[in-house]
Every structure is written in structure tokens, then in C-alpha cells.
Design a binder for this molecule. Structure first.
Ligand SMILES: Nc1ncnc2c1ncn2[C@@H]1O[C@H](COP(=O)(O)OP(=O)(O)O)[C@@H](O)[C@H]1O
Ligand SMILES: [Mg+2]
Length: 258
């Protein structure tokens, strides 16, 4: 299964990605959790220790690798560089085993300077994302920023579903619907919505915000998530109620994609 988790900043993409990674992993599946948000913190959400996190270099910042694979230095615009660099050894060499059945690969965000910059680091990241989604046989969960500039058509079509996270609030609904339009333009097969941080009295408002999107369900607002985040702990170990709600989402996700 290949999923891209997206939505406005702060809605809970990273939290949901980590919860799903944990649930798939405990089912015995090998999970590759991919951090493709420039504001990378999936490692924290997976409970990786600070000293381990400090050692991770996002692929985007691996200047020598980018040069070796594309023939150009990061930051150079124009000029010649390979558009289909070799990437198939990168997951093996660069992903960190964070717990049983879960590997973390930190890509770093793609610079989207005015409609997607043609620079070698973006060429490498795009090709890497394509490879992860098209060629790999483990469960791949990509924690993405809201923009989809860097997702090529081939990649978009190979993702089983885009999961759009929504929180109660008009801006989040708007971002979600904008993502859905972009995703459909790119040829994404399925777009599924999850509502996060929902308090009981907000359920009806969220339903309306979700509109005609295919809906997987709610995760409750749970102060435990914030405490876990502050304490550098994973929500799946610290917050049983949230994990339990995520289990419902995962079950519905699997049924929807059967
Ligand atoms: N269900 C929830 N209830 C309360 N707080 C949450 C919940 N889900 C996420 N959070 C908190 O909201 C903040 C943003 O979540 P995060 O997953 O980092 O969002 P994103 O990746 O979309 O930017 C974090 O502090 C996180 O702990
Ligand atoms: Mg995030």
C-alpha cells in the first residue's frame, strides 16, 4: 500500500502518519515512513531519540550524493543535470530502522520556488519519490506538505490514495478541497479524508466541511498528543485513546482500498 498524507500545516499529518506506520507495522508489514515535509518532524512522532535524529541528514541536503547522481551541485539552476538519476539504493543506504518493521527516510521538502524550480536536488527527490511509490514493495507512507508541485503524474497515479487530514476550521477545509482538486488533476486514484482534533460538539461542522469527500472518520482532540509531542514521545505509545481511534481509521482505509 502506498499512501500520501497531506493537509494544511498543523492539522496532524505527521501524527496520523506515525500512528498508521505503527498500526501497519504491528500487523507485520514492513513500513517505510517517508518525511517529505520541509518542516521535517516525522522522526519525533515515531519516538526517535534526539541524538539519533540529530544524525539524520535529509536527502535534499546530501550535496555529494546529489552531485554524484545528477551531475550538478544543489542550488544550481539551468545548466545540465540528469533528470532520471539512480535512486534505487537510497532507501537501503539512507533509511533508519526506527523500530521493528518501521524505517524512516527523511527526504526534506522540495523547493517549489515559483512553480517548481528546475534544480538537481528537486530532480533527485522527484525521482526518489517516484521510485518509492512505483517500485518498492513495502507499505510506503509519505508525510507531505500541502503543495503537490513536486508530485509527478506517474507518481500520483501510482499512489493508492491521498489521505487529506482536516481539522475543524474553514481554512483547513479550504486547503483540503484545493488539495483534492490538485490531486484529481494529477490523476490520483482515491482521495480520502480524515478529520483530526475533533471535539464532540464539532462533529456536525466537520461533516459539512468534508462535503462529498470520501470520509474515513474522526480522531478526537486529545491533549495527550500535545504532551507526547512536547515530551518527544510517540503518540502510539503515549496515547492509547488516540491509537484506538486510529485503528478504526486504518481498518476503514484498508476496506476502502481492497
Ligand atoms: N488528535 C489530536 N489532538 C490534540 N492535538 C493533536 C492531535 N493530533 C495532533 N495534535 C498536535 O497538533 C500539533 C500538530 O500536529 P502535527 O502532526 O505535527 O501536524 P502537521 O504534520 O500536519 O503539521 C502537534 O503538537 C500534535 O501533537
Ligand atoms: Mg508535519
Amino acid at each position: 500500500m502506498k499512501l500520501a498524507i497531506t493537509g494544511k500545516g498543523g492539522v496532524g499529518k505527521t501524527t496520523l502518519t506515525a500512528l498508521l506506520a505503527y498500526l501497519f507495522a504491528t500487523d507485520g508489514r514492513r513500513v517505510l515512513a517517508v518525511d517529505a515535509d520541509p518542516d521535517a518532524n516525522l522522526g519525533n512522532a515515531l519516538g526517535v531519540r534526539e541524538d539519533e535524529l540529530a544524525k539524520i541528514v535529509p536527502i535534499k541536503d546530501m550535496e555529494d550524493l546529489i552531485y554524484e547522481r545528477t551531475g550538478a551541485r544543489p542550488g544550481t539552476m539551468g545548466g545540465w543535470f540528469a533528470l532520471n538519476p539512480k535512486v534505487d539504493d537510497i532507501p537501503e543506504n539512507c533509511a533508519l530502522q526506527v523500530r521493528e518493521n518501521i524505517k524512516l527516510l527523511v527526504m526534506g521538502g522540495i523547493t517549489s520556488g515559483g512553480g517548481g524550480c528546475a534544480c538537481p536536488e528537486n530532480a533527485l527527490l522527484r525521482e526518489l519519490l517516484r521510485h518509492l511509490v512505483v517500485d518498492r514493495d513495502e507499505t510506503v507512507l509519505v508525510d507531505m506538505e500541502a503543495g503537490l508541485e513536486h508530485v509527478g503524474r506517474g507518481t500520483a497515479r501510482s499512489v493508492d490514495a491521498f489521505v487529506v487530514v482536516i481539522e475543524p476550521g474553514r481554512r483547513s477545509f479550504q486547503t483540503a478541497h484545493a488539495i483534492v482538486r490538485l490531486a484529481r488533476d494529477l490523476g490520483v486514484k482515491r482521495v480520502l479524508a480524515v478529520a483530526n482534533k475533533v471535539r464532540e460538539d464539532q462533529v456536525e461542522a466537520v461533516r459539512q466541511g468534508v462535503g462529498d469527500l470520501e470520509f474515513l472518520g474522526y480522531l478526537p482532540y486529545d491533549p495527550c498528543a500535545v504532551h507526547a509531542d512536547l515530551g518527544g514521545e510517540a503518540a502510539f505509545t503515549a496515547c492509547p485513546a488516540l491509537l484506538n481511534a486510529a485503528r478504526g481509521i486504518k481498518d476503514r482505509l484498508e476496506k476502502a482500498l481492497l
